[in-house]
Design a protein around this ligand. Sequence first.
Ligand SMILES: Cc1ncc(C[n+]2csc(CCOP(=O)(O)OP(=O)(O)O)c2C)c(N)n1
Length: 280
Amino acid sequence: MKARDYLIEEAMPLFWCRGCGNGIILHALLRALARLGKSREETVVVTGIGCFGKADDYIRTHSIHGTHGRALAIATGVKAVNPGLTVLALMGDGDCATIGGNHLIHAARRNIGVTAVVANNLNYGMTGGQFSATTPQGARSSTSSFGNPESGFDLCRLAGAAGAALVARATVYHAALLESLLVEAISCPGFSLVEVMSSCPVYYGRYNGIPDPAAMMRWWQESAVPASRYAELAPEEKQGRFPIGRLGGSDRPAFSERYARVQEAAQAGAGRWIQAGTDR
Ligand SMILES: Cc1ncc(C[n+]2csc(CCOP(=O)(O)OP(=O)(O)O)c2C)c(N)n1
């Protein structure tokens, strides 16, 4: 299989603005599916609402275009009833972590075998650049003209603490790294989250002094530090920087494995219970 085999070419050109990172994420995802030789018939892409929520328009697998913040709830249902499918939830930061934050922590806690791909452009792109739950403190947006008084979530730490099997981060500048992290995440039997720091020059960039798409790419290049090197930085050197690569996860049975045991116990008859608390 080639990346192009997963692309709906007739849907081109892409809906996204000039300088948007979503096309880079889409291409990396299609390359990852091709590298894994995933069957289009056994792959389900679920999206929510937002600019990145349009990604399913271009992907030739099964897809469900859901509602804002509910991509993970739908993906969870798909995977629970058919664990043999490869299930991807493609979301913006608003979709995944703001309106959808509750579904994120429970998908991670449940360790359901879904791969969440989050295009984190640090704001709500589609509705005009409002701040989201990942907008950094002090950053400007259409709803924080004098600086965001809140602080942004670290999505990888959040998902890791909630019990995800694999958490990783890349940027749209690091497309080859992104592709290999996606391959790893899609191959993981439990819940995986790949956060992609993505450019939105039209809103986030314009409000924060980096409206030029190339300057935004340089910003990602300079801010992202490989995880092993980041750990050795002094606290002042960490200011304005973040780690990329595989950032954690826990090795415990995925939901489907535990649920199969429950189904076996139920089929074997009443009175036989699986032992509580065996997987933590
Ligand atoms: C329940 C609900 N609330 C609000 C909206 C309006 N809305 C549509 S997209 C969006 C934000 C999208 O931001 P994000 O998820 O970060 O994706 P991006 O557009 O930046 O890719 C909002 C608030 C909606 N469609 N449904």
